[in-house]
Design a protein around this ligand. Structure first.
Ligand code: LLP
Length: 471
């Protein structure tokens, strides 16, 4: 019989920080204690031994909607958002939380974010349009990007979004021209590359200038941008932005970034710029596996707030509105992907492969980052694992792997495999490699499942194809 661990809190007890996974781990390198499943949010194990999420039997969801299927626990998303609000309220600072839509951008998700009082941080015209279609108030949308097109800038200005985060000198000129053409003054933040690079649970301060994003803090480009702003009559710079990385486990890197950016903030204020926002970006880490040990959101937000208070009071500045842009921490743990088990290949003494009906097309994160995941057979959750399986996708590529070391009871064709913690940067990074259609997405809550993105069909894949013209 498997044991269940029910997680009530945002993070779990201490463990070692996540290590980058080598492309191929030895088969015996199983890191999850065999037989233990961490039940997140509303996950339960039903009396029939099935995994339930949001009051829905996942085996039934797989049958009704097909696989691969992204299942989002709506209550868990809302709980994560509320944890951010609660932490900020405790600090007493003025704040704004913008959902980084790049983590998972659909109309339903933007609606939910807005319902829960979040702004939306978009990073392309497509994400911006999705937020607008979702009915997000334009003033509560921000636009990011290191190479925004003219069309994207025009859409942003025309729609009257809250602010645009300007990334470089070329954009400064382009946006100024767009704003003047439209006869408006556009609010902007300047993105500063603060020389702090976050690597999962730690941060390093080398190589910090080597980034395509933002105005460099160290070589004076950020200072220069602030000085030049006075000449751009179409732009009103209301603050500064920095983002130090993603899957961060503690707030130490934020503190250094805040100290550096506050120096520039003080210079902008001295030049008469109407600064009022300090946006410290996103990056709050989540627990993909038992080894990941991020600090609770509450503690990280409090550390950020303390750093802002002390840096601003040391500079004699009035406190800013503090903005954050979490993506992964809002949706990551709330997403589970369901697959149907197909073939397997056992190579005695080498490795046991089991293949599922998705793969790097719906989750490229192992292939790209060596990311690690945990999984269980959703239709036989109570059965103890009796081996370590390498879970492969169906693409024609050896690197198409989801997990190298899943502890599972012998998987059989037709079993439903649940891969946990796939809510962030999975659907949003899905591809059509090998012309595989993208999965459907359902939100589950109180026993109800709502399809928020339909499954693509083979026909959908051909929709934009045109035949060669001959003769
Ligand atoms: N703000 C900015 C300016 C960002 O660049 C990002 C992420 C975020 C906010 C949100 O970060 P989060 O809270 O989600 O960590 N595809 C990668 C992640 C790329 C993150 C890019 N920027 C992955 O799958 O891990």
């Amino acid at each position: 019989m498997r044991t269940q661990t029910q997680e009530q809190e945002w993070t779990a007890p201490a463990g070692a920080p996540q290590a980058q996974h080598p492309s191929r781990a030895p088969a015996e390198d199983a890191t999850r204690a065999a037989g233990e499943i961490r039940l997140r949010g509303t996950m339960r194990i039903g009396p029939e031994g099935h995994l339930w999420i949001g009051g829905c039997d996942t085996v039934d969801l797989a049958r009704r909607f097909g696989t691969p299927l992204f299942v989002y626990d709506e209550a868990l998303i809302r709980a994560q958002i509320r944890a951010f609000h609660e932490a900020f309220r405790e600090t007493g600072l003025a704040y704004e939380i913008a959902y980084a839509a790049k983590a998972f951008c659909t109309v339903a998700m933007c609606q939910l974010a807005a319902e829960e009082g979040l702004a939306v941080d978009a990073v392309s015209g497509g994400e911006l349009l999705t937020a607008l279609r979702a009915g997000v108030e334009p003033r509560r949308i921000h636009l990011h990007g290191n190479n925004k097109s003219q069309a994207e800038l025009e859409l942003a200005v025309r729609s009257g979004i809250g602010y645009i985060i300007v990334d470089n000198f070329v954009e400064l000129e382009m946006l100024d021209a767009v704003a003047r053409d439209a006869g408006v003054t556009v609010d902007v933040l300047l993105r500063v590359a603060p020389g702090v690079e976050a690597h999962t649970h730690e941060y390093i301060s080398t190589g910090q200038q080597d980034s395509k994003f933002g105005f460099d803090w160290e070589n004076g480009q950020a200072r220069e941008a602030i000085r030049r702003l006075g000449a751009h009559l179409g732009l009103r710079c209301i603050g500064l932005h920095s983002h130090i990385g993603s899957q961060i486990f503690d707030a130490a890197g934020f503190v250094t970034a805040i100290e550096r950016v506050t120096e520039l903030y003080a210079e902008g204020v001295a030049l008469g710029l109407p600064f009022r926002v300090l946006n410290v970006g996103g990056g709050f880490g989540i627990r993909y596996t038992a080894e990941d040990d991020p600090e609770p959101i509450r503690r990280q937000i409090h550390t950020i707030a303390d750093a802002v208070r002390s840096a601003f009071s040391a500079s004699g500045l009035p406190l800013p509105e503090v903005a954050v842009e979490p993506g992964r921490s809002i949706v990551g743990e709330a997403g589970t992907t369901l697959y149907t088990v197909g073939t397997h290949k056992v190579i005695p003494g080498v490795r046991n492969y089991v293949s599922v009906d998705g793969g790097m097309t719906d989750n490229p994160r192992l292939a790209l980052y060596g990311a690690r995941y945990e999984a269980a057979l959703a239709n036989r959750v109570n059965e103890a694992p009796d081996g370590v399986w390498a879970v492969a996708g169906k693409c024609c590529e050896s690197g198409d792997m989801l997990i190298w070391d899943a502890s599972l009871p012998d998987p059989r064709p037709g079993d439903v495999l649940a891969v946990f913690c796939t809510g962030a940067y999975n659907y949003s990074m899905a591809s059509h490699y090998n012309r595989n259609p993208n999965p459907a997405v359902v939100f589950v809550r109180d026993g109800e499942a709502t399809v928020v993105v339909e499954r693509e069909t083979w026909e959908d894949l051909l929709r934009l194809d045109r035949p060669l013209r001959r003769g």
